[in-house]
Design a protein around this ligand. Structure first.
Ligand SMILES: Cc1cc2nc3c(=O)[nH]c(=O)nc-3n(C[C@H](O)[C@H](O)[C@H](O)COP(=O)(O)OP(=O)(O)OC[C@H]3O[C@@H](n4cnc5c(N)ncnc54)[C@H](O)[C@@H]3O)c2cc1C
Length: 438
């Protein structure tokens, strides 16, 4: 068996790495949302806000416990008001589009490079070594594009894939709702036919790149009484009247990847934007998409785990304690060894799943099983490596400017989006049990 990447695949990785070193690396920490500590601002709070509150409460004869509770409330409000910076990496994403990286897996007839999801995943992996926020903003392009690529009509492919491939249009994917997360088929968003249009009403939450994206693959119920057999997919353009966006969510990590709600109120979508031109096939479109896009999330995990390992090795060699480099301590060496094993194991699983996705004779459940395994394992590898990296780097690992803390915060999302760890394990076990019956 040959486990080597092809020369062309290696070139994609090298090309992506070259661009990232130059374009993305210098920006990484600035892209992340930073709470900026202003001594003057804090002093002002202490003198003005808290002072006034204390005086007011004292005048009213409020007891200490109440004072502390009121103070906490006030501080929470003030903390939220602290100046924050964040930046969706639009220039970087557009540049990737101009270079053809968005359309790697889009066929040449629609303006893409005509490669497979494997090559897209390799580039996603490289970006994630540097910054998981930017890698998420990149990876979501596959998530939003796949429903159109796999199931769209010829007109839909011609109209949208060409613009996605050129980087002219950014795309997002919307299935999650407040009461439909893991149980996504419980979605309530309604799509009712009205002449040449479908009228969409409802709300989607936690949508990656909602706001910066130009088009949205949105799923809604055309026949609610049919349950998951009544779901359909729609391509919704950003400027469609009735489509609004919620506030940008404040998150634990991947802060430069924007996450918002989509609010659709009597949003009239042309009937020709019904994905595939047929109603009630949305559940199939969603599953076909997730079975492949989870491989890309797995690749993000590999990149993130690898980035952590690289930083840990370099710091361990440099840092001296007790008169020697900490890399000479066996306990540090064992941590590095475990981290490397995680990277290689995750890589094997992700690459196998990506390879299977490109084979015509791969069955649906085999792809679903390996996609879930790859995502589950690589996400764990990323989180564990990000954590071990901080431990190896000690106090320096805890410092924001060092970058290890950001990777630790960012990596956690890999175990949640596009299906939690638990949902991946449910899926793997369901298929194993089904396979054993054959
Ligand atoms: C930053 C971010 C970006 C996202 N981007 C997108 C996007 O672009 N598009 C989109 O549509 N969605 C997106 N999501 C939504 C994401 O896919 C969901 O959050 C995720 O699928 C989990 O759903 P939930 O949050 O409702 O959790 P819940 O489903 O409420 O789960 C809560 C807990 O219960 C567990 N659980 C639930 N059901 C079971 C079960 N049957 N067996 C065992 N355990 C179970 C879960 O594993 C989890 O631990 C994003 C989320 C985040 C946080």
């Amino acid at each position: 068996m040959d486990f080597e990447l092809t020369e062309e695949q290696k070139e994609f990785k090298a090309l992506a790495r070259g661009i990232l070193e130059k374009e993305l690396k210098p920006l990484v920490l600035r892209l992340d949302e930073k709470s900026v500590y202003h001594a003057g601002f804090i002093k002002e709070i202490l003198e003005k806000e808290i002072g006034l509150l204390a005086v007011k409460l004292a005048e009213e004869g409020v007891y200490a416990a109440k004072f502390i509770a009121a103070l906490e409330e006030k501080l929470k409000l003030l903390a939220r008001a602290l100046p924050e910076e964040s930046a969706y990496p639009l220039d970087f994403i557009k540049k990737m589009g101009n270079l053809g990286f968005m359309g790697i897996f889009i066929p040449e007839e629609y303006g893409g490079l005509g490669k497979s999801l494997f090559e897209f995943a390799l580039v996603a992996e490289e970006i994630a070594r540097v910054c998981l926020s930017a890698a998420t903003a990149y990876g979501v392009i596959a998530l939003g594009t796949l429903p159109i690529l796999l199931s769209g009509t010829e007109e839909q492919k011609k109209k949208y894939l060409t613009k996605i491939a050129s980087g002219e249009m950014l795309v997002a994917f919307a299935i999650t709702e407040a009461d439909a997360g893991s149980d996504v088929m419980a979605m309530k968003m309604r799509a009712a036919r009205d002449g040449d249009f479908y009228v969409l009403n409802g709300m989607k939450q936690f949508i990656t790149s909602a706001g910066p994206s130009d088009i949205y693959s949105v799923f809604a119920k055309t026949n609610p009484e049919k349950g998951e057999r009544g779901v359909s997919g729609f391509i919704v353009e950003k400027e469609t009247p009735g489509l609004e966006f919620g506030e940008k969510e404040k998150k634990l990590g991947i802060r430069a990847s924007e996450t918002r709600s989509l609010i659709l109120t009597d949003c009239k979508v042309p009937a020709e934007n019904l994905i595939g031109g047929r109603e009630n096939l949305g559940a199939i479109h969603i599953l076909n998409t997730l079975n492949r896009s989870r491989i890309v999330v797995g690749a993000l995990g590999v990149g993130c785990a690898e980035g952590a390992l690289k930083q840990a090795i370099s710091y361990a060699k440099e840092r001296k304690q007790f008169g020697q480099s900490i890399a000479s301590f066996q306990i540090i060496q064992h941590k590095l060894a475990e981290m490397a094993v995680r990277v290689e194991t995750a890589k094997l699983l992700v690459y196998k799943a990506a390879w299977l996705a490109g084979q015509k004779d791969t069955g649906k459940s085999v792809l679903a099983k390996f996609g879930a395994m790859a995502k589950y394992f690589a996400a764990q590898a990323a989180c564990n490596n990000a954590d071990d990296n901080i431990q190896i780097c000690g106090g320096m690992g805890f410092m924001e400017e060092f970058g290890a803390a950001k990777r630790w915060r960012d990596s956690r999302i890999l175990r949640i989006y596009e299906g939690t760890d638990e949902i991946q394990k449910n899926e793997i076990a369901r298929i194993l049990i089904k396979e054993s019956a054959n």
